[in-house]
Write a protein that binds this ligand. Structure first.
Ligand code: SF4
Length: 377
């Protein structure tokens, strides 16, 4: 693969003054951070190939070479009981509804899932669930320390900010104190779920009872200060505008600067996925593959301080995931054994390890297995 740094900016599409991004390209080539206005201009740029080329410049700067990593991991949704009722979610069952399919996984069920994961060479559990009023901090502490004792070789990548904010609230503890206790109990990394779009205009509409953008960011900043690494996400394509997506990216970039300068931990990676409208209260249309590739490429260019960019083949399908490797993505994400929030909204993709490696190889890259810390395993 040819690195884009060798290409002159005159190769960029120019269909009119508004689509000339040569000045932005020059900044990307010179490793100069682009401004929020320039990120917005990229969203209006009509040529995907230009965005791919620029994203690959940043990718090659941060992750040189042709390796594409992936992780053998398992999602464990420990409870679907949740009072928040986000309009884009059809995974939850409300507390007290006595819905026959509401659940909290037992220790035996979690043990079985982790045993299966271990047998397949898994190195990470991604554990998330609803905001269940019956589960207090002590329940999470006992669960983490039990999993650490039973499966010490599987990294505990657990609990999104929405859950953590709620646990702190019902425990009447500061975020710092609560995260310090969970870290002592065995929490090693935090997934970036629930970020949706980090503007309160969008959040107030699609998930009015959930945490605010400031609360989500404060949780991650505190986690980094406590020494817990995390990832970040963006769920786009509901009611968000390009301006909302720009604000989301800039707020993540600003926090990453703060964490990298002041804290022992930071965001390891970013992933974007599109809202899945099927069967949800919010409804609407599904974002296109074009929009996904544009969004992930621009994310790679804008988030110049994020070490890694993950593909989202669960929502986009393996073929778009494969194409995204040319749009700044250096990681194919996890082998999905379970993903209830997404699959409940109509997604059925599941790619075996051999197929994942074939897709990466077929796209001209070398598959490499990693752990949560992006160390090769
Ligand atoms: S997205 Fe999460 S917080 Fe919102 S209703 Fe679903 S489970 Fe609850």
């Amino acid at each position: 693969m040819t690195t884009a740094t060798a290409l002159p900016t005159t190769t960029l599409t120019k269909r009119g003054p508004e689509s000339d991004i040569s000045d932005i390209a020059d900044k990307v080539f010179d490793n100069i951070r682009i401004s929020p206005d320039e990120i917005l201009r990229l969203f209006h740029h009509p040529n995907l190939a230009d965005l791919a080329m620029l994203a690959d410049v940043v990718r090659q700067r941060l992750v040189p070479g042709h390796d594409v990593t992936y992780i053998v991991s398992r999602n464990i949704n420990y409870t679907n009981i949740c009072w928040v009722r986000c309009s884009f979610c059809n995974f939850y069952r409300t507390p007290g509804s006595n819905a026959p399919d509401s659940y909290v996984l037992t220790r035996d069920e979690i043990h079985q899932k982790l045993t299966e994961l271990s047998a397949l060479g898994g190195v990470e559990m991604l554990m998330q669930g609803g905001l269940n009023p019956k589960l207090k901090l002590e329940w999470y502490e006992e669960l983490l320390s039990w999993m650490r004792d039973e499966f010490p070789h599987i990294i505990r990548h657990c609990f999104s900010p929405a859950e953590l904010i709620y646990i702190a609230k019902i425990s009447k503890l500061s975020m710092h104190e609560m995260l310090t206790r969970l870290k002592a109990a065995g929490l090693q990394s935090i997934p970036g779920g629930g970020a949706e779009i980090l503007t309160d205009r969008v959040r107030n509409f699609i998930s009015p009872y959930k945490d605010t953008a400031d609360e989500w960011l404060n949780c991650m900043e505190t986690a980094h200060a406590v020494g817990i690494y995390s990832t970040a996400t963006m769920m786009y394509g509901s009611i968000d505008t390009f301006e909302d997506r720009v604000e989301h990216l800039v707020r993540l970039r600003n926090l990453q600067d703060i964490s990298m300068n002041n804290s022992p931990a930071h965001f390891r990676a970013f992933a974007a996925w599109n809202y899945q409208p099927d069967g949800t209260e919010l409804g609407g249309l599904r974002a296109s593959g074009f929009d996904y590739l544009r969004t992930i490429a621009i994310s790679r260019i804008a988030l110049d301080n994020f070490p890694h960019m993950q593909a989202s083949w669960v929502t986009q399908g393996p073929k778009i995931g494969q194409i995204s490797l040319g749009y700044g993505v250096d990681d194919f994400g996890q082998t999905m054994m379970e993903e209830n929030v997404v699959s409940a909204a109509g997604c059925t993709f599941a790619v075996p390890i051999s197929e994942m490696e074939r897709l990466i190889t077929d796209a001209g890259y070398t598959p490499a297995r990693r752990n949560t810390r992006y160390e090769r395993v």
